[in-house]
Structure formats: structure tokens, C-alpha cells
Design a protein around this ligand. Structure first.
Ligand code: WTA
Length: 665
């Protein structure tokens, strides 16, 4: 728990409305030292992005920087390149050959370091192994791995041969894995016998085996041997990673990929029950993540860079693998939990490996706060020079705590706003020039244009509203896999008839060329953006996106459930927690064991990240006359803002009373 002095210090900071200007020593060596860059990039964004693209290695240079037919963008049209070449070969064939590319520690304490040459060798061999199994350009490969170097190697090997990876977070259940494999029609699954989490083995292959009972597209399964975990091998289909590597060729020619060829599909939750396969392509994506990694984290050759995100999320794609490696950086990777075996594991790792840049989520920061300052205080964190935050709004209190107790008052904190769909950071400080305000992601990255619009599409300079991105950017999504209609509707049609550039698309929906991310935001008098969370039916639980409809479908899948409505409630650590209102079928008895069963059922269907915090039985769900569930009322009930007996809403009268009460307030 917080100590008195800590609480006081944070309060004082916040009361004083304190700003955190860049320290002179930091500014002097930063990549970006002058505000002029904003204006310069705004004047000619295409030229600005092309400048970064020129720092990459192209097999053939592009003919045109941008082809924008809203909502379809093509970047670096006509250009050819290979991402694995850019992230690996370039450095392995340079004076960085012996530099550490990945330094890894497993949860039990085992360690590995791969130099750029090592990474080059492994990626080449694994690419050859995939080819030998018949993998071709354009084939989809599912990856379901723990945080081990093979995760990065597998992604890079796919990129090398032009196969499209589809990484599924290891915390997802067999069913979630199966759905994603089937939607992408993946040909190969790469998994491991298991991984470590809080001293226990997570049996990935066992989970995968369940998924594989219904995945006809899968021809081969490749298994990394992480430990001595028992598993079943299906002859002919299952292969050990290390055996394939023994017989693989040392070199695999990097495929000349078109700038707009697919790099990966990554599933994320939306407002329907079915997750969306977000598509990212090659040239623009690499340019965007390369640029932002370099400038936002002020990445330098001598840094040891640690982003704690799992490879299963977009942050793991853009800022563990592609962005840093495209910069020739040294990436630190850790397999396990932050509180194993003790609550100072992260700080111990920073001390041990001399980590200089540390990028994590507000949820983690709030847990560290709760665990107390004694844990970081025990360790030498003086190697740190920059801190980052991502995944959800960071409350000012957590920001100041992070700045003081981890950054020891001298590290800038970059609060970075972006999404799976945006591929790259869009709103963020630039650490050498931005006066930081705790809780604000500050300003759009140079070349990015954002504003706040109201429901009618009118601009609001300082008030609140919906965040909107008004120009295309290189790493933007290129669509939803297999669902072009949803792409237009979901992201480009929020203000169809109001915004000036409205046009009809081939998918009939009207599009306005303005991207709607689904987040609420406000701007202050300095033009800083303050992100306020989702405005749609998507929850953000501990930085993980979960659709309320997904959880509802999982619940109604249970034989005792007639109807379910899911909302989020504020949670001290996780930001948001899941509350489910459940109507059970007639003749079924409410009981604590049913509550547990339902919670486990959701975990089994989706993954334990979606396990509801509370389940409230309700004889009826409050609906509007048109039959829409009144989520705002349910949210108010869940958060205890509505008086009355809220533990059970068995009596329909209770709902009516609550409805009335709520409508009156
Ligand atoms: C939220 C994670 C406030 C936001 C990179 C967004 C944030 C969703 C921030 C995307 C931030 C992410 N401040 N909110 N710095 N970063 N979000 O796709 O609601 O997993 O829409 O991408 O997380 O989550 P996703």
C-alpha cells in the first residue's frame, strides 16, 4: 500500500498542476530537439514519411509515396522490400553483426542472448524449414507461443518467405485459437509444449490439441521444446522445431515483397461477437513502426530496450519485434510474471541487464504501486533513461508514481496512444521536446492529423468528444480479413453525410475519409489530447481489449443461461473489470457454484482474461422500448451508483424501480 510521503508527493504534484519539461541533458542528445518538425511534417506529410522510408533498405524503390482513395490507402506504391532483411540481414552483415539483437530471460531464470548473426542464422533456417513443409508466399501461419525468442524468429521467418503470420496470444483458449485459425485458414500452427507463468507450466500444446480437433486447414504443427512438458505427438502432422532446424538449409532467399503485400493478420475485439482480423501490409507498416520506435523512445545504438508486451498483442508486433529490430536495437524479452518469484522481478531484470528504455501498461504500473515502493527501491534502476506507457488511459497518480519511483524523477514518461488498427503510435510526446502533463498522451506524432469531433462531425477545439484521425498514415490497417464491408462501416462511416470528403465506396456504405478509432477524448487549452477510453461496446480490461458481445455469446452458450448482458465497471488495478448480468433459464437454481461455473465457462470459451469479475443474476434485463439493453443503467448498477438491492435483480419490479430511479437522476 502507499506510504504517506508517497501519497503526499503525488498529491502535491497534481495539485500544482505540474508540467514536466524535458531535461536539458536529455534534450541535447535526443533525435528530435526542435518543435519545428511538427510544422515541417504537416506541410508535406508524404515527404516526411518518405524520409523515414529512405532509411530502410528497398529492393526496388517506390514510384509513388501514397495512393489515397478513402478509405483505401496504398503506401510506397510499386516499392519492393523484405521486412526480415531490414530487421536482420542488414545488421548481421554490418559492424553490428555481433551486437545482441535479443537478450532473453525465462521465468525460471534461464537466459539466452542472440546476436544479430545468431538471429540471422535462426531466421534463415526456420524460413527454410517452413518452405520444406510446403509453405508459400501468402500462406497463413498461426503462432501460439510463450514469450520465447522463437516467437520473434517465427514471425521474422514468415516475413522472410512472404507467409502471413497470425499470432494468437498464449492466454487465449483452445476455442479462441480455433476460431482464429479457421478465419485465417492457416496452414501451419507453431506452438510449444508449454511456457512458464508464476512457477506453473501453461500447457500450450495440450490446449492447441483441443483447437486442432476442428481446424481442417492445418497441415503441420511445429512444436518448440521449452521444457520437459508431457504431450502427445501426432505422427505426420506434428514436428519438433529443433528437429526441423537440424535438417534445414542455412540460407533462405528473402522474398521480394510488394510494399502492399500482406505481412500479418492480428485478431482484435470489436463490437460484435466475432473478433476482427486486422490486416497489416509491408512497406508502410515498417516505415511507421521504424519511425515511431526511433523518435518516441529516442532509441540509440547503446540502448537496452524492454517492452513488456506479449507477442500476442499488437504492441508485441510493432514494439518488441519490428520497430526495434528495424532500428538495429538490442531488445530485452522476458517470459514470465512480474511478481515471480518476488514482486521485484522486473526491477531485478532492469538492474541485471542494464535496461535503459522500459515500456509497459498502466495496469502493471498500478499493480507496482499497490505492491509498494520498497520493491523498486531495493534495486539499482539508474540505467533507465526513458519510460513508456500504453494500452489504456494512465491516471495522473500512476503517471507521477512511475516517474518518481521507477524513473527516479529524471526519465521522461511517454504515454503513447494507438491501436491494433493503427499499427503504430499516433498520439505521443516526443521526449526531447514535449512538456509532459501526467495523464495526457499530448500530441499527434509529426505527420499525423487528429481532432475531436462531436456526434454531428463538428470540430471541438477544447471540449470533449470522439477522437478522429483525419489523414492516412503509413502503418494504418488495410482492412479486416475477409470482411471489407465491416472495414468501411466500422472505421470510416461515423460521420458520413457531414464531413466534406464523403464519397460512396464499392461496398455501398458512405465513407468520409475520417478514421474513427472508437475512443473518447478531449483537448485542453494547449492542444494536448486526453484519452478518455472506449465509447463503444469494447472493454479494456488490464489493457486487453474484450468485446462485451464476445463475453455475452460465451455466457449464453452455457445450457443454464437464457440471456446475458455484459458491462465494464471501474477497477482500481485493471482499469475496467467485467460484470455480467445473467438471466437463467426457468427451473434452474441460482447458486454460488453456478456463478463459478459460468465464470469458468467464459474462461474456457475465450481465455481467462475474459473471466467476469462479478455475475449478477437478473430475472429481466432492462431494455428500451426498441429492445436495446440499457447498458448505461447496468453499468451504474455494477458500479453501485444506483441505490437498491443490486446483488440480485430477480424481481422484475427491482429492475423497474432501478430504471425509474436511474431515469430520474
Ligand atoms: C486504448 C494497444 C489511452 C484505446 C496498443 C485504444 C489507450 C485501445 C492508450 C487499443 C493510451 C491504448 N491512452 N487509451 N496511451 N493506448 N489505449 O488494439 O482505447 O489492444 O482504442 O492496442 O486501447 O487497444 P489495442
Amino acid at each position: 500500500m502507499k506510504t504517506d510521503t508517497q501519497t503526499k508527493a503525488i498529491d502535491v504534484f497534481l495539485e500544482e498542476n505540474r508540467r514536466f519539461p524535458p531535461q536539458e541533458a536529455f534534450r541535447k542528445t535526443a533525435w528530435v530537439q526542435s518543435e519545428e518538425i511538427y510544422e515541417k511534417a504537416a506541410r508535406d506529410p508524404e515527404k516526411f514519411w518518405a524520409g523515414f522510408a529512405e532509411e530502410l533498405s528497398w529492393i526496388k524503390k517506390w514510384d509513388k509515396v501514397l495512393d489515397w482513395k478513402p478509405p483505401y490507402a496504398k503506401w510506397f506504391v510499386g516499392g519492393k522490400l523484405n521486412i526480415a532483411f531490414n530487421c536482420v540481414d542488414r545488421w548481421a552483415k554490418s559492424s553490428l553483426r555481433n551486437k545482441a539483437a535479443i537478450i532473453w530471460e525465462g521465468e525460471p531464470g534461464d537466459q539466452r542472448t542472440l546476436t544479430y548473426w545468431d538471429l540471422y542464422r535462426e531466421v534463415n533456417q526456420f524460413a527454410s524449414a517452413l518452405k520444406k513443409l510446403g509453405v508459400k508466399k501468402g500462406d497463413r501461419i498461426a503462432i501460439y507461443l510463450p514469450m520465447i525468442p522463437e516467437a520473434a524468429i517465427a514471425m521474422l521467418a514468415c516475413a522472410r518467405i512472404g507467409a502471413v503470420h497470425n499470432v494468437v496470444f498464449g492466454g487465449f483458449s483452445a476455442e479462441s485459437l480455433r476460431d482464429r485459425i479457421n478465419d485465417a485458414q492457416a496452414k501451419v500452427l507453431i506452438t510449444a509444449d508449454g511456457g512458464w507463468r508464476r512457477g506453473k507450466m501453461i500447457a500450450l500444446k495440450k490446449e492447441a490439441d483441443q483447437a486442432l480437433t476442428g481446424t481442417p486447414s492445418i497441415q503441420h504443427v511445429i512444436i518448440v521444446k521449452r521444457g520437459e512438458f508431457p504431450l502427445e505427438i501426432q505422427e505426420g502432422r506434428d514436428h519438433w522445431w529443433h528437429r526441423l532446424m537440424q535438417n534445414a538449409e542455412a540460407y533462405s532467399e528473402p522474398e521480394a515483397m510488394d510494399s502492399e503485400d500482406l505481412l500479418y493478420i492480428l485478431y482484435t475485439s470489436g463490437t460484435t461477437g466475432k473478433p476482427k482480423g486486422i490486416i497489416h501490409t509491408t512497406g508502410g507498416y515498417l516505415t511507421g513502426v521504424y519511425a515511431t520506435t526511433k523518435w518516441v523512445f529516442d532509441l540509440k545504438p547503446e540502448d537496452v530496450y524492454w517492452c513488456t508486451a506479449d507477442i500476442g498483442w499488437v504492441t508485441g508486433h510493432s514494439y518488441v519485434v519490428y520497430g526495434p529490430l528495424a532500428n538495429g536495437a538490442t531488445v530485452f524479452m522476458y517470459e514470465g510474471a512480474p511478481d515471480w518469484p518476488e514482486k521485484d522481478r522486473f526491477w531485478q531484470l532492469i538492474e541485471k541487464y542494464g535496461v535503459t528504455i522500459f515500456y509497459t501498461a498502466p495496469t502493471a504500473i498500478r499493480s507496482f504501486m499497490k505492491w509498494g515502493t520498497e520493491w523498486p527501491a531495493k534495486r539499482d534502476l539508474s540505467s533507465l533513461r526513458l519510460l513508456g506507457s500504453v494500452g489504456e488511459p494512465i491516471n495522473p497518480e500512476a503517471w507521477v508514481w512511475y516517474h518518481q519511483h521507477i524513473g527516479r524523477g529524471h526519465c521522461p514518461v511517454v504515454d503513447t496512444w494507438w491501436q491494433t488498427e493503427t499499427g503504430m503510435i499516433l498520439i505521443t510526446p516526443l521526449p526531447g521536446i514535449t512538456n509532459l502533463k501526467p495523464g495526457s498522451a499530448t500530441k499527434p506524432f509529426p505527420g499525423i492529423e487528429a481532432c475531436i469531433l462531436n456526434e454531428k462531425g463538428e470540430k471541438s477545439e477544447t471540449g470533449g468528444g470522439y477522437l478522429a484521425i483525419t489523414k492516412p498514415w503509413p502503418a494504418m490497417l488495410r482492412g479486416i480479413y475477409g470482411d471489407p464491408e465491416r472495414y468501411v462501416k466500422q472505421y470510416w462511416s461515423k460521420w458520413p453525410n457531414i464531413y466534406p470528403v464523403t464519397r460512396k465506396t464499392e461496398n455501398t456504405s458512405l465513407c468520409n475519409g475520417v478514421y474513427f478509432p472508437g475512443d473518447g477524448a478531449k483537448r485542453d487549452e494547449d492542444g494536448y489530447f486526453w484519452l478518455l477510453g472506449r465509447v463503444d461496446d469494447v472493454l479494456n480490461v488490464a489493457g486487453h481489449r474484450i468485446g462485451t458481445m464476445e463475453v455475452e455469446s460465451a455466457l449464453v452458450d452455457h445450457p443454464s443461461v437464457a440471456e446475458a448482458a455484459v458491462v465494464g465497471k471501474k477497477h482500481e488495478i485493471k482499469g475496467e473489470a467485467i460484470v455480467a448480468f445473467v438471466t437463467i433459464k426457468e427451473g434452474i437454481q441460482k447458486s454460488d457454484s453456478l456463478v463459478n461455473e459460468l465464470r469458468s465457462h467464459v474462461a474456457k470459451k475465450i481465455g481467462s482474461l475474459a473471466r467476469p469479475e462479478d455475475i449478477i443474476f437478473s430475472a429481466d434485463l432492462p431494455k428500451t422500448r426498441s429492445g436495446k439493453i440499457m447498458r448505461r443503467l447496468l453499468k451504474a448498477i455494477a458500479e453501485g451508483k444506483v441505490l437498491g438491492d443490486v446483488t440480485t435483480l430477480a424481481d422484475p419490479e427491482v429492475i423497474n424501480r432501478l430504471k425509474q430511479q436511474y431515469e430520474e437522476t
